[in-house]
Design a protein around this ligand. Structure first.
Ligand SMILES: Nc1ncnc2c1ncn2[C@@H]1O[C@H](COP(=O)(O)OP(=O)(O)OP(=O)(O)O)[C@@H](O)[C@H]1O
Ligand SMILES: [Mg+2]
Length: 380
């Protein structure tokens, strides 16, 4: 799949912009604060219906305006597909509304959109996957699996609800006493939704790990082996049928502690991923460059797994990577674009040492600027 064109209206710094894209390598060029990241954010919004930067949808509306809109024309399986997200209400009635459209038809739920277009975004926030808290790594897993499976998102919603309710009961028990019977329905629903989440995460990481290791090697750091492993809160013995029993047992074993702490101590909300380079824990001991390369390898691996599972080649959105990677890694990253139907990269400038690799790329100017940059001009 690939993006053909993008129209931004009242979206962050853009009053109105129409941008064309091509299959293959696209480079969005422009100085700082010219709206490069905003373009990737807009594409990500169309694909996932959410902002990669977090926060309320309204913050994406251009300051001083009551509504904003992003429209993207994609080609999926050889067919055109137009996705449109409107934030706020152009007629001024419903300022908090978010309207989603597919080919001009309004859809009631984000579920109808998610998965139609797969976009994988690598941006500065992605480093948190490596160096941030376990919650960041769970977020990575949730976003990756959620883009491919609405069922996973349903399980996650049921799990979060059960966890919230169960923790409420635990708090009540700490105040007023009570017995385990009050917990039972929430324990049941916690296990029921938690087991498929654990299995999905385990299988996903089993598929992701070898891809991430191979891509990490191709990014020019062959001497360093990247290993990615699931660290589930409820350890399971491979036999899926036993996982529920193990979860119940782990909850029983931690019952004293959960009463003391008034919160559920085991379950997928405590999962983590172990990331190692040559046996050293990257989360705590990795250099910036190592962490960045590993995060990039994870993202690119996410695209590979999505391709294998959905038979769709996701659009790769890479924000500001070129300036951060050393020349060899930057070149290796651009070379990977040959494996992808479409890669959209942003950069404040195209570095001179990459000029030959960028010569065939489609250059797009962000903001009011033309896509020009001396090394590229020199090439022409
Ligand atoms: N809701 C909004 N309304 C108007 N302008 C906004 C809004 N949100 C962000 N901006 C502005 O949009 C501009 C572009 O931001 P963006 O992050 O896309 O730039 P960038 O080209 O990626 O910059 P950099 O090279 O520094 O990463 C910034 O000046 C920012 O302050
Ligand atoms: Mg930026």
């Amino acid at each position: 799949m690939f993006l053909q064109s993008l129209t931004l209206e009242n979206f962050r710094c853009y009053e109105r912009a129409e941008l064309d894209f091509r299959p293959g390598l696209n480079v969005v060029l422009g100085p700082n604060a010219s709206g490069k990241t905003t373009i990737l954010e807009a594409i990500y919004l169309l694909a996932t219906t959410t902002s990669a930067r977090g926060g309320r949808a309204r913050t994406m509306v251009r300051h001083g305006q009551s509504w904003g809109r992003v429209t993207g024309r994609f080609v999926v399986d050889g067919r055109e597909l137009t996705l449109r997200t409107t934030l706020g209400d152009p007629s001024g009635d419903r300022s908090g509304a978010k309207t989603l459209e597919i080919d001009g038809r309004e859809v009631a739920s984000a579920r109808e959109i998610i998965g139609r277009v797969q976009a994988i975004l690598f941006w500065v926030g992605e480093l948190d996957v490596v160096k941030g808290s376990p919650a960041e790594r769970r977020h990575f897993l949730n976003a990756a699996l959620g883009q491919m499976s609405a069922r996973y998102l349903d399980d996650l919603a049921r799990y979060r609800r059960a966890l919230r309710q169960r923790n409420e009961v635990l708090k009540g028990m700490a105040h007023r006493g009570g017995d385990g019977r009050m917990l039972a329905p929430w324990t049941h629903s916690l296990v029921e939704s938690g087991v498929p989440i654990t299995i999905d995460r385990r299988d996903y990481l089993a598929a992701l790990a070898p891809e991430a290791a191979a891509l990490h090697e191709r990014l020019g750091v062959g001497a360093e082996g990247l290993s990615v492993r699931y660290e589930p809160s409820v350890v399971n013995s491979q036999a899926d049928g036993e996982l529920a029993d193990e979860f119940y047992r782990a909850l029983e074993e931690t019952h004293r502690r959960e009463l003391d702490r008034r919160s559920t101590q085991v379950g997928p909300h405590r999962d983590d991923m172990l990331l190692e380079i040559d046996g050293v824990d990257l989360r705590r001991f990795g250099s910036q460059g190592q962490q960045r390369t590993a995060a990039l390898a994870l993202k690119l691996a996410q695209a590979r797994v999505a391709l294998a599972r959905t038979e769709q080649q996701p659009i790769l959105l890479l924000d500001d990577c070129l300036s951060e990677l050393d020349p060899a890694r930057g070149a290796a990253m651009l070379d990977l674009s040959r494996d992808h139907e479409q890669m959209i990269v942003t950069s404040a400038c195209c570095p001179e040492h990459l000029a030959d690799r960028l010569a065939d790329a489609h250059l797009i100017g962000s903001g009011a600027d033309d896509a020009t940059c001396e090394p590229c001009e020199g090439k022409e």
